[in-house]
Design a protein. Sequence first.
Length: 246
Amino acid sequence: MQNQIIYKGPSLIDGEPIVVIAIAKSRNSKTGDMVQTYILADNGKSPVENSKTGADYSICGNCIHRGLATTDPKRKIAEKRTCYVNLAQGVLIVWKHYMAGGYETAAGHADIAKLGAGRMVRIGTYGDGAAVPSYIWDSLLSESSGHTAYTHQTNVPGVHADPSRFMISADNEKQALDSWAIGSRTFRVIGNVQDVIKGAEILCPASEEAGRRTTCKTCKLCAGASIAAKSIAIVAHGPNSNSLKN
């Protein structure tokens, strides 16, 4: 299997150019060997620079974990960024390879379907899958064994984040309760394990706090309302998460 570009076109969030690159193999110890998908602003600037200037809105939209755009010459990324994704690692590597012309473009549905065939797919290893036309994910998941997907774009005009596909990223208890009231499942970042709402949420089984009992590849719980299960909570993690912990 080859790593391939599966979409180049306008973001559904703001119409700016984006690109989606599917990486066939992964060594991520938390997710396991899933097909990873990187959603990148296609403006010739690095993900690090796009974070600092706010141009990552095209791929991250209303996610509060983006942080605040800044012109501070001493900063490399947005101020108060709390996203768990380390931009200087896999995201930057994929972007550099893309800029060097290192990825072929999938020819259409059959090629995209082949990438996901028999595999677990992670929609939005970086970036929000709701920025991408749903037919791309329809193709990638058409022969897959399952998927994980998360979105912050439930209140962006013109963007439809299908709750049967996406976990709704809730940033507080009220957002979670509102989502549950309309039948959506949520993925909520919490300050500590005591914040889990008993009876409605469980702690992410692949998280450190839950003992890393499984991986996302085998767990398969983060597939939106397409499955009947409790919502998921996870303790804030990643290089910028300290401000989110109690």
